[in-house]
Design a protein around this ligand. Structure first.
Ligand code: DGY
Length: 318
């Protein structure tokens, strides 16, 4: 049987796959397998190891005559047409859990960097613009004991809430369902989206990408936020109307935004958002801690092996 791996992985991680199957792995570590190559390789593949950089859509699935398992090295699977895969009896695996803490860490780091203008501070020094200490030079927003509003209280949302608790923040959250752990252990308060937007100093978006969350934060929602609000998105870029965000930042309707994800990735360096002073951007590195990425890769390999050998996946997308 043949397995296609669309990214480059360390040898020790793919060893269990190589021992049993013919493995075709993309050799470059900084970019994914080109689409044309993937479309060709998938024709006779039994298993596919993928990630958020690939579009696993009808076009690809139609060519996949033998495919049995798709395993993505990610918790999010909005890049995979799961319904189309199911129609072809292809099982889909993903990697929840192992990336929770790393992504919560990065989300909180981005919150702090954006609120306290850390990247701007470094830019000022690099550009030789630091003239002297001055009373209101690079003043940001306090974090300690402020109000954080978390949209999407899943595993990562809960991880962010735990970190916020350490900063004595008041925690508001909005979610499809109530989260008892957040409420009982962290005294988080459930509220509707409008109330969260109006009351929060930090609005943190962690909702998965679905039909219901598409551009859920747009003009109307930015208008409800405080002028001092800091908006953080480490979920998916498609959850935000980027044009509305650009205007909210430019007109200083909100204080700043910290973004790890974009509508189209990689974001171009000429994108209007990057012309703004009050935006901190990262290249989708929420889970990019070495131990975490190794765990994700191992788990994705295990999902693939289980699927090909007829066992239940460790984490199947249902
Ligand atoms: C995920 O897992 O969905 C992230 O976006 C990539 O780590």
């Amino acid at each position: 049987m043949k397995i296609v791996i669309t990214c480059h992985l360390p040898n020790d991680i793919i060893q269990p796959l190589e021992e049993r199957y013919d493995v075709v792995m993309w050799e470059k570590s900084s970019e994914p397998m080109p689409r044309e190559r993937l479309l060709k390789e998938i024709e006779d593949a039994d298993g596919l190891f993928t990630n958020v950089a690939d579009q696993i859509n009808e076009e690809l699935l139609e060519r996949a005559k033998k495919l049995k398992v798709i395993s993505t090295m990610a918790v999010g699977y909005d890049n995979i047409d799961v319904a189309a895969a199911k129609r072809k009896n292809i099982v889909v695996g993903h990697t929840p859990g192992v990336l929770t803490e790393a992504t919560a860490d990065l989300t909180f780091a981005l919150l702090m960097a954006t609120g306290r203008r850390i990247v701007e501070g470094m830019d000022v020094i690099r550009q030789n613009q630091w003239k002297s200490w001055a009373p209101f030079f690079l003043t940001g927003q306090e974090i300690y004991a402020k109000t954080i509003g978390i949209i999407g209280m899943g595993r990562i949302g809960l991880g962010v809430a735990k970190r916020a608790k350490g900063f004595s923040m008041d925690i508001l959250y909005h979610n499809r369902s109530r989260n008892q752990e957040a409420e009982q252990e962290l005294q988080a308060t459930y509220c509707d989206l409008d109330e969260l937007l109006t009351k929060s100093d930090y609005v943190v978006l962690l909702a998965p990408s679905t039909e219901n969350t598409y551009k859920m934060i747009g003009k109307e929602q930015f208008a409800k936020m405080k002028n001092t609000a800091v908006f953080i998105n480490t979920s998916r870029g498609t959850n935000v109307d980027e044009e509305a965000l650009y205007h909210a930042l430019k007109e200083e309707e909100i204080f700043a935004a910290g973004l790890d994800v974009f509508d189209s990735e990689p974001i171009s360096s000429t994108h209007p958002l990057l012309s703004l002073r009050n935006v901190t951007v990262l290249p989708h590195i929420g889970s990019a801690a070495i131990e975490t990425r190794e765990e994700m890769a191992r788990l994705a390999c295990q999902n693939l092996l289980n699927g090909l050998e007829g066992r239940p996946l460790v984490h199947e997308v249902k």
